[in-house]
Design a protein around this ligand. Structure first.
Ligand code: DOR
Ligand code: ZN
Length: 345
């Protein structure tokens, strides 16, 4: 039986919602991960230190007894985020600001309308060493949904790097060869998170044989050549620039299976096992630990975790759904199997 023991991972991109939904999903992440960077796209958005600290408290209160799990809080960048808020955030342990171009995705209505008008704020982030986490898609209706990430690189990411050479940035949930190349060519203040779904699936998994709403997320799944480029990126010679960020984004079943389904894939129930499948496919299992447990911590200037988890190559059955407050949540691989499983301690 193949086994793999790695330092306990961190999830550097996680959505946990709030209220009963939050209480349903937080234990899944806390079982596998030591820390998680929590996304601020609630309604209303988490845009102040006070909101972030209250949100952190809510997450901690949802942890099962004796769980050591640390939420790393982020703030939602808006047109109104001022430089003093950046320094205040840094002082209060906020780990980053999240950029949602207005209208790009779930709860992004309060997002930034013109990033380059936030000059003083971006300069303050650069000075304070607080990373900018980018949802890297343009929202222009004339740009095809499959091209929105590549266009973002040319229109936003490259000019941003030129104007703020010291600004630390995470290109979140990258999905394209262009994004992987951009990150590889950039200095070490630029890194990227990669989701399990973008390593394991291409757009056929979304559209062939019927529309699969549970595979719909943003950025949308791309063609196979891009998936191959991502597998290459996380396993290649510049793999230290890429780290685990699930973008696990729970939505109730009825919000996914309807005429206008929400974007988001829920993967927190078996995140590390799904990544293990992807790394095994890329013949890169020896690199899983760095991706899952070291590269992200290093980028965020956090100590590495010291305890470990053990994976075994043994099929696990994924249920059709989990409880999600009063509703149902359909996880990635629902009703199917995953080739790896975490050994319970
Ligand atoms: O698919 C997505 N779901 N992409 C995002 O950027 C947001 C997320 C969510 O919050 O549901
Ligand atoms: Zn996200």
């Amino acid at each position: 039986m193949q086994t793999l023991t790695i330092l306990r991972p961190d999830d550097m991109h996680l959505h946990v919602r709030s209220g009963a939904a939050l209480r349903s999903v937080v234990p899944f992440s806390a079982r596998q991960m030591k820390r998680a960077v929590i996304m601020p796209n609630l309604k209303p958005p988490v845009a102040t230190v006070a909101q972030a600290l209250a949100y952190k408290e809510e997450i901690i209160n949802a942890l099962p007894p004796n769980t050591l799990f640390t939420p790393l809080m982020t703030l939602y960048l808006t047109d109104k985020t001022m430089p003093d808020m950046v320094f205040d955030a840094a002082k209060n342990g906020i780990v980053a600001f999240k950029l949602y171009p207005a209208g790009a995705t779930t709860n992004s209505d309060d997002g930034v309308t013109d990033l380059f008008r936030l000059h003083d704020t971006l300069q303050a982030m650069s000075d304070a060493g607080l990373p900018l986490l980018m949802h890297g898609e343009v929202v222009d209706n004339l740009v095809d949904i499959f091209d929105r990430e590549a266009v973002f690189i040319e229109k936003i990411a490259k000019p941003l790097c030129e104007k703020y050479p010291d600004l630390r940035m995470v290109f979140e949930h990258i999905t394209t060869q262009q994004a992987a190349e951009f990150v590889c060519q950039a200095d070490d203040n630029i890194a990227a998170s990669v989701t399990p779904q973008h390593l394991l699936m291409n757009r056929n998994h979304l559209l062939v044989g019927g529309v699969r709403p549970h595979h719909y997320c943003l950025p949308i799944l791309k063609r196979e050549t891009h998936r191959q480029a991502l597998l290459q990126a996380v396993s290649g010679s510049l793999s230290h620039k890429f780290f685990l960020g699930t973008d696990s984004a729970p939505h109730a079943q009825n919000r996914k299976e309807c005429a206008c389904g929400c974007a988001g894939v829920f993967s927190a129930h078996a995140a590390i096992e799904l990544y293990a499948e992807a790394f095994e496919e890329a013949n890169a299992l020896p690199k899983l630990q760095a991706f899952a447990s070291q590269n992200g911590a290093k980028f965020y200037r956090l100590p590495e975790n010291t305890d470990t988890i053990t994976l075994i190559k043994q099929t696990q059955q994924v249920p059709d759904f989990y409880a999600f407050g009063e509703e149902k949540l359909v996880p990635l691989r629902a009703g199917e199997t995953i080739a790896w499983r975490v050994v319970d301690e």
